[in-house]
Design a protein around this ligand. Structure first.
Ligand SMILES: NC(=O)c1ccc[n+]([C@@H]2O[C@H](COP(=O)([O-])OP(=O)(O)OC[C@H]3O[C@@H](n4cnc5c(N)ncnc54)[C@H](O)[C@@H]3O)[C@@H](O)[C@H]2O)c1
Length: 415
């Protein structure tokens, strides 16, 4: 199979994580990056690890001429313009075999529909990157439980969580640019992975039909004066004026269209999880069986005493969003693989080589956007949102959550 050349839009946190993953993926070469900040470190990393003679491109058009795949790893607020530029480049003759879009697909349905229409207008295969669906523990439990699921029936309850102490760049905290708070940023992961975990073996990812969503959003830590001040000092974001939620939880009910059975996917996300670092959790229960995953359980722990702590160079080498640099630390030696980044690239590359979209296409990403919007609407109204109601679906098409509009103070408590 021919090697596919990747061009990245964005050269920040997630781009660097993907490079770590690509070290373990065959049939790919990194041609370069288009970003607003310097990408010298990423270029050096690519060369050091044999990922390709990467270079910096001045714009998307130039990059599109020299690559097979464009990966959108840039902030959410630039999605639409990036897809427009990719589509213009294809119309101008760029021969792309695939386009990857990191989660979330879009900040709301209007933006999401626009980018799905754009990419479909040129017929380039797509991959929506939702890493958790590709996590080896998520895949392994399905494989292990397959005969049990087939004999006893599919899972009826899945509970997923993604929690850490808060994101690393200013724009994530700004609800207008990012699309909201933690529900927009990380709810998409949990909505996707719980839906997937409930799906009967052998059925496609959108087989189960969403029926209703209820959710709550809250500002539990970062609305307090001390923490608001810290956000202002560190990121220039003022939560007294434009707050976003740092906690959200909710439940989606799905219907199996063949049997009529209703099943439930519960999610919890937070940016106020002051424990070791990032925790992804998922558990599922079916008749007579269960599974449970928690990424803060690692076979590797290290201990660093107060006396030795001064010599620590980079705490995030141990774990994403690590909160402490001493004591008993949880270390995940291969986070890029654990979190599913490696396998989402393998899936996308195999699909693009065959001229088709990946397991999760942009239409799937748009459905996750619809669920996210329904969750915000439910939290705003304090009621369950009925996704079988045509009027509600019509409303969701143009709905922009109050928090995303910068009006979070109307629905969140700021102390
Ligand atoms: N799958 C995951 O778990 C995960 C984790 C982190 C981020 N993400 C997603 O990845 C995307 C990027 O997040 P990040 O953490 O890398 O952000 P970041 O702030 O660390 O980096 C952003 C990068 O994009 C570049 N950039 C900014 N505006 C741009 C523009 N208009 N055109 C081109 N480049 C631009 C910046 O120069 C920088 O290199 C977001 O959509 C985010 O939701 C996903």
């Amino acid at each position: 199979m021919a090697t596919l050349r990747y061009g990245f839009i964005g050269g920040g946190f997630v781009a660097a994580f993907h490079l770590r993953a690509l070290r373990e993926v065959r049939g790919v070469e990194v041609a370069g990056f288009y970003a607003l900040d310097p990408v010298d470190k990423l270029i050096a990393y690519c060369r050091e690890h044999g990922l390709g003679e990467a270079k910096a491109y001045p714009n998307i058009r130039e990059m599109a001429k020299e690559v097979d795949v464009i990966a959108i790893f840039a902030p959410n607020y630039a999605r639409v313009e990036h897809v427009e530029e990719i589509v213009d480049a294809v119309k101008a003759g760029a021969q792309l075999k695939g386009v990857i879009c990191e989660k979330p697909l879009a900040r709301n349905m209007k933006e999401g529909r626009r980018i799905v229409e754009l990419i479909r207008s040129v017929g380039v295969p797509e991959a929506y990157f939702e890493n958790q669906v590709h996590m080896k523990p998520v895949q392994a439990q399905r494989l292990q439980l397959r005969p049990v699921m087939e004999a006893m029936g599919p899972p009826t309850l899945a509970r997923s969580g993604e929690e850490h102490g808060g994101p690393h760049s200013a724009w994530f905290w700004d609800p207008v640019r990012q699309g909201g708070g933690v529900l927009s940023d990380m709810g998409c992961h949990c909505l996707a992975v719980s839906w997937y975990a409930l799906t009967p073996w052998g059925k496609p990812p959108r087989f189960l039909q969403p029926q209703s969503v209820w959710a709550e959003t809250a500002l539990l830590k970062w609305g307090q004066p001390r923490w608001r001040q810290e956000l202002l000092n560190r990121y220039g974001v003022d939560y007294s004026k434009t707050p976003a939620e740092d906690f959200a939880t909710g439940m989606v009910t799905y219907k199996n269209p063949e049997t009529g059975q209703l099943v439930k996917g519960q999610f919890t996300v937070s940016w106020m999880y002051d424990k070791q670092g990032l925790r992804l959790s998922l558990d599922g229960i079916g008749p007579g069986y269960a599974f449970e995953m928690n990424t803060l359980r690692s076979p590797l722990e290290v201990f660093i005493s107060d006396a030795a702590a001064a010599s620590i160079l980079d705490t995030e080498l141990a774990l994403e969003k690590l909160q402490a640099s001493r004591g008993l630390l949880c270390v995940q030696p291969n986070e890029a693989d654990l979190y599913g980044y490696t396998d989402e690239h393998r899936d996308a590359l195999a699909a693009f080589q065959q001229g088709r979209s990946a397991l999760l296409d942009w239409e799937y990403g748009l459905e996750i956007t619809r669920l996210t919007m329904a969750a915000y609407l439910s939290a705003e109204r304090g009621t369950r949102v009925d996704l079988t109601d045509p009027a509600t679906n019509q409303l969701l098409e143009t709905y922009v959550p109050l928090i995303q509009q910068g009006r979070g103070a109307e629905v969140l408590q700021v102390l």
